[in-house]
Write a protein that binds this ligand. Structure first.
Ligand SMILES: [Zn+2]
Length: 609
């Protein structure tokens, strides 16, 4: 919609090629994402500019505009800039040729101004507008310093009352100037008609003017009998005003100092939303497929807010509204998505009471979407607990080629003296990394496990027996992923550096921060510089730790034991296999609890010690 060529132009401008200058009055954000109102000043001399008179006049206008509903509610959507251009003289032309007053109503004068504004346009005394090459000058200045403007205002440094609402909304700096400029911007910006009868040549269908007086079909029928909105016939001393109707009898499009009527407010908001939407950005800013990376990613947008806030925010994933997600940015986890292609949408509905255009639900509705790809990295998922792996033959789930050498399955002592265990910690086999030959120095060996569905384990823990003996021992890193080992998804649980001692030692980690259906472990050795640096692991266990009380809501397959020091409360459905509840005092089986045919269910007292 908008082009970001402003920066190029500004840099030309700072080289002094142009003799106009650009100042910022209010900046709410990126000009591509906001509505840019550019104010040109005519009849401001170099002395006026030296005194910042245009800055002052423009600031007064902007403050008045942003105090006026519906600009006040949507102020953050607008940027305001001024272009300062010297005129030879202040004040502007009063030719004294109007036919709607007895001329000369004010002293006849001719002024040398850059945009060549004049009163008495179309023989109407108060009609003030730039003329001839002055209009060309205005568009040349805009093209040179701010080509991506959305609305132009021209403030004319003359105190006579007047203005006009053409493409360039024009206003003098009369005491009523702010009201004139806001009214004229109603014409230029929102294409509103005057709600007084300005003459047959100005009559036509507009948001706030119609020849249709049928309450069932009039364009503002949704507003009828609300806040003074009706179907009011225009009145005039001459012309065809009786054919035309307006929505209100006291609108700013009729009387300066009045508010905009509801129909005009809605037209202004409609215009705004035709130029901008509430999204200030897109996070991440991708139009192509997003390959899920890491455990979690923030999706969303910074919003241009309304005051008061009238937005409803919804998130939709694969066609389903997610009621728990109501923020403009939300963190989404790997497990939130399905494998394969997902469509994630952020949807904003502005339900402002100032408009009925959003009704029924497709008016002020805005949407961002992302296509998210989730790759299944779990070749196998363990869902039976407690799980024990003593690394017997053939159990190596995860050697990888993304390292320098492999872990070795071994029985008895490792080949080098003064390093490595003499036997397994459990059973006869274990895994170790041989610190020798091409495996040193500073070489990596990575082993990763199967995935574990930790949603099936209460208070899950992992333990591992580790053997690190020898003067050249390097480093062992224990890491966990709750995203199936997805890129960048590992969190380091612990890093062991140097010797632990002559014996195996068992370590235990709490997995409750990493519960997902795709929890996976990775063990990474980095060798030291010498051969006395064998590192061994054995007896990997993933199991349920003990809780004081348990509330279980999942179904069970396989063999499960749940232990609690006091109470186990469950609405679980025991589908198959065998499930044991061991509670210290009581087991409460709530509504919905079923033991299916073929399943074994046992409760025991004694619980967790
Ligand atoms: Zn109105």
């Amino acid at each position: 919609m908008k082009k970001a060529i402003l920066i190029t132009i500004l840099s030309l401008f700072t080289l002094g090629i142009f003799s106009q200058t650009l100042d910022t009055i209010i900046y709410n954000g990126d000009s591509d994402e906001h509505i840019n109102v550019v104010i040109l000043g005519d009849a401001y001399t170099s002395a006026n500019h030296a005194a910042n008179k245009l800055n002052t006049d423009a600031t007064n206008f902007v403050n008045a505009l942003l105090n006026e509903s519906p600009y006040s509610e949507y102020a953050d959507f607008y940027n305001f800039f001024i272009i300062k251009r010297n005129s030879v003289q202040s004040g502007t032309d009063h030719p004294g040729i109007a036919t709607d007053v007895i001329e000369p109503l004010s002293p006849v004068q001719t002024r040398n101004t850059y945009y060549q504004t004049t009163f008495d346009v179309d023989s109407i005394h108060r009609l003030l507008a730039p003329m001839g090459t002055g209009i060309t000058n205005a568009y040349t200045d805009l093209a040179n310093v701010f080509p991506n403007y959305d609305q132009i205002i021209m403030l004319v440094n003359d105190t006579e009352y007047g203005g006009s609402g053409g493409t360039i909304a024009t206003s003098s700096v009369n005491a009523s100037a702010n009201e004139i400029a806001i009214h004229e911007m109603g014409h230029s910006y929102a294409d509103l008609a005057d709600e007084y009868y300005a003459g047959d040549q100005f009559a036509g269908e507009r948001a706030n003017m119609t020849a249709n007086n049928n309450p069932a079909t009039v364009k503002w029928k949704d507003w009828l009998n609300i806040l003074g909105i009706g179907i009011y016939q225009h009145t005039c001393s001459s012309g065809n005003c009786s054919s035309w109707y307006k929505p209100h009898n006291n609108c700013k499009m009729q009387f300066l100092g009045s508010d905009f009527c509801s129909v005009c407010k809605e037209a202004i908001i409609d215009k705004m939303y035709s130029l901008a939407d509430p999204f200030e950005n897109k996070i991440p800013n991708l139009t192509s497929l997003f390959s899920f990376n890491g455990n979690c990613t923030t999706f969303g947008s910074n919003l241009i807010l309304t005051n008061p806030n009238t937005y409803t925010i919804e998130w939709e994933l694969n066609g389903n509204i997610i009621p728990s997600r109501t923020e403009e940015t939300e963190v989404w986890k790997y497990e939130d998505f399905d494998f394969g292609t997902n469509v994630l949408k952020l949807q904003i509905l502005d339900e402002t009471s100032l408009s009925k255009s959003y009704l029924p639900d497709d008016g002020y509705f805005f949407e961002l979407s992302w296509v998210v790809n989730k790759v299944d990295l779990c070749s196998k998922t363990v869902d039976k607990f407690d799980y024990v792996n003593s690394f017997p033959s053939g159990s190596s789930a995860g050697q990888t080629t993304a390292d320098d050498f492999d872990w070795t399955e071994w029985v008895g002592s490792t080949p080098t003296s003064n390093t490595g265990p003499s036997s397994a910690y459990d059973g006869t086999t274990y895994l170790y990394t041989e610190a020798c030959c091409s495996n040193i120095p500073n070489k990596k060996a990575i082993y990763f496990t199967d995935c574990f569905d930790l949603t099936r384990v209460n208070n899950p823990k992992m333990s591992l027996a580790i053997h690190m003996l020898g003067k050249d021992i390097g480093k062992l890193e224990i890491a966990v992923s709750d995203a199936g080992g997805n890129t960048n998804s590992y969190t380091v649980l612990q890093t062991f550096t140097g010797e632990i001692g002559p014996d195996w030692k068992e370590f235990e980690w709490d997995l409750s921060p990493f519960v997902s259906p795709y929890t996976k472990f990775q063990f990474t050795v980095t060798t030291g510089s010498g051969i006395e640096g064998d590192i061994a692991i054995d007896y990997l266990r993933v199991f349920s730790g003990c809780a004081s009380s348990l509330t279980l809501n999942q179904t069970h397959t396989g063999v499960n034991t749940y232990e609690a020091q006091s109470t186990i409360t469950s609405t679980s459905n025991v589908l198959s296999g065998s499930t044991i509840y061991r509670a210290g005092s009581s087991v409460n089986l709530n509504g919905g609890f079923n033991v299916n045919a073929g399943a074994t269910f046992i409760t025991q007292q004694g619980g967790c010690n």
